[in-house]
Ligand binder design. Sequence first.
Ligand code: NA7
Length: 529
Amino acid sequence: MSLDFDAVVIGAGFGGMYMLHRLRLKGFKVRVFETGKGVGGTWYWNRYPGARCDVESVQYSYQFSPELQQEWEWTERYATQPEILRYANHVADRFDLRRDIKFETRITRATFDEAAHAWTVETDKGDRVTARFVVTALGCLSSPNTPKIPGLADFKGPTYHTGNWPHEGVDFTAKTVGVIGTGSSAIQSIPMIAKQARHVTVFQRTANYTIPAHNGPLDPDYVREVKANYPAMRKRAKTMPAGIDLRVNMASAVETPEAERLREYQGRWDYGGLGFMASFSDLLLNDESNRTAAEFVRGKIREIVKDPELAARLSPRNIIGCKRLCVDTGYWATYNQPHVSLVDVGDTPIERITAGGLRANGKDYRFDCLVLATGFDAMTGALLRIDIRGRGGRSLQEKWTEGPKTYLGLTMAGFPNLFTITGPGSPSVLTNMLPSIEQHVEWIADCIEHVRSRGATLIEASRDAEEAWVGHVGEAAGATLRSSCSSWYVGANIPGKPRVFMPYIGGLPAYIERCEAVVKAGYEGFAIV
Ligand code: NA7
């Protein structure tokens, strides 16, 4: 049987773009399908005001091409969504990627043909193509979660989801706005919306921790230094659990004298960003240690927010870093403005959305526009939206009824020749996405090349290898405080979703080592036919 393609890649974000490039370099015939009109994935859809990466721009970028790395100029410490999208487009142009990408086309079904050792992939535009391999590059936070609040369709004004923001932008001038959610997207967008709007009402279910970004233009001397030493920086980053080159303090928070501990937190606060969690090595291992960091941040909220009662309501009570830590620009201070108000919906959920606003705590709140900053069906949502059928016509939905199961976050038993970039069971969402993506892509491309070089047509993870990996992912999660709270890491934000800590928390270095060991042992845990 002659196949249309060697590989079909689903998605043209950073994962899909590099997968295409890498497979083409190895001489494979590849077709990418992308729902959007352009490349960029997350950065194509998340256009809400204030959208910005919380990993520093010089690190949140590809390293596979030294030329690209040298020629691209980031302007700010943390790049804005438009700048990252320009970068994605630059990469697409530079490596001539668009000719193999079909845009505005959603994959609806992928079916494995056991006799042909090939996938048949169908799209919403009526395409039906065959390929030996399928690689999903769907992103971990790409299936927006619209909560099933009664009456959502009754709202007369416009409703916007941060994860699917209008491309033409939204002007909130003179408008009253209701925002549901206080996650990262809300924390980034609320200060920007408040700059325009007449009034903003934020509906908070769970108060969240955020660390100031202290964003600003990049110092040309710093950029020169980074560029002169890029390989060393990238190498250091790969030795860090999160794949980010930052200083980790190996001391324990509780064993450090209080004055010194506070100095460390203050230094990290003043520097800004996610490095706050690297203040001490045991913040996610020891409750007492964690409490010292959480209390430091609560103290900052009390300093910044003038009304003590409001400060108390904005102060998170749970473990810091259990949910994804946020990075902000002026979030807490926004609540000092008279036209910004906070409504707690933690103890009693929002009753219903009404024509003119919403009803909560027995009160009616009115606004012109509704912003849903309500997050995503993370890690599995985008995969399960596609009808993926492996051996015996068994669907991925059936396989994952009790939670996602993968081998290395890259492959699945019963689904031969199918690979997932940043899939559940990989460390991706707990790391700097770009180096994780590059590692996954290079591993997958080498694997596909290996299958071809053996004259084989099928590779499949064994059930035993998969079970062992799932067990290891679960054990690693159990050792940290991170699996203990209700976050999207455990699927807690989606009613009915199995509660499983989905990413691999053992860190990028341990993960890379494991992936390399599997290859060295002749693709241990795989059958190649
Ligand atoms: P998040 O972090 O999942 O935040 C979603 C927010 O929406 C969060 O505060 C939720 O409260 C809230 N939410 C969700 N459903 C409801 C309902 N029904 N009622 C009230 N509040 C609700 O998504 P983001 O888009 O902000 O960020 C996702 C990731 O992108 C982030 O972690 C970074 O990695 C980048 P909850 O906390 O569940 O009580």
